[in-house]
Design a binder for this molecule. Structure first.
Ligand SMILES: CC(C)(COP(=O)(O)OP(=O)(O)OC[C@H]1O[C@@H](n2cnc3c(N)ncnc32)[C@H](O)[C@@H]1OP(=O)(O)O)[C@@H](O)C(=O)NCCC(=O)NCCS
Length: 174
């Protein structure tokens, strides 16, 4: 069981970059992004990276950006009721998410989704943002993780390595 009082989520910056030393989530691309690109993405306002520490040790990281996404036909019908039908809908995007090897399956990834949902709901009060979105790796385990956390797949898009998924922020209870 995770003790929530021992979780700290902070923004990656030149002050916190030392925390990532030796971090390995098992996916080389994600590790490389964190060690090589994340600060540059922050400077360029392309993505903000956050670090999750538990008991003062880095356990996971994730990135947030704005995005516009496609949704399934059934969800678009909701917008038709307003007389609107957009090609894309505003979203907050979890760009990258990695939990440290040896710590996966303990609930840290789900804690991050819960945390991001809270942020997205607040953000949506200030800037139009209807969905939380992610491009999941096309691996059964990853898709299950997001489905377990309330995301559904965008069905009508053929993507081989990634599956776009989204979660409706209006369906989140305060
Ligand atoms: C995918 C990932 C973010 C999930 O975070 P997590 O903290 O391991 O997941 P949680 O403990 O909150 O949830 C566990 C559920 O996630 C799924 N899962 C996906 N990858 C898993 C893994 N490596 N280990 C355990 N569970 C995993 C399982 O369905 C599990 O549910 P179950 O226990 O009912 O089988 C994490 O495992 C990870 O970083 N993996 C490597 C990097 C990666 O794939 N990043 C995602 C890119 S889209």
């Amino acid at each position: 069981m995770i003790d929530y009082s021992k979780i700290r989520i902070t923004k990656l910056s030149t002050e916190t970059i030392h925390l990532i030393e030796g971090f390995d989530c098992g996916i080389a691309d994600l590790n490389e992004f964190l060690s090589t690109d994340a600060l540059g993405y922050l400077d360029g306002r392309l993505a903000v990276t956050y670090l999750l520490e538990y008991e003062d040790e880095l356990k996971a990281f994730f990135c947030l950006s704005n995005a516009d996404i496609k949704v399934n036909e059934e969800d678009m019908k909701e917008f038709d009721k307003l007389g609107k039908h957009l090609a894309n809908y505003p979203a907050m995007m979890i760009g990258r998410l990695g939990v440290k090897k040896g710590e996966q399956g303990r609930g840290f990834g789900s804690v991050i989704i819960e945390h991001v949902l809270g942020r997205a709901v607040l953000h949506a009060n200030e800037v139009g943002c209807r969905y939380l979105a992610v491009d999941s790796l096309n691996e059964e385990r990853n898709i299950r993780f997001y489905e377990k956390n309330g995301f559904k797949r965008l069905v009508d898009r053929k993507i081989k390595t990634n599956i776009p998924m989204y979660l409706d922020l209006l369906k989140i209870k305060d």
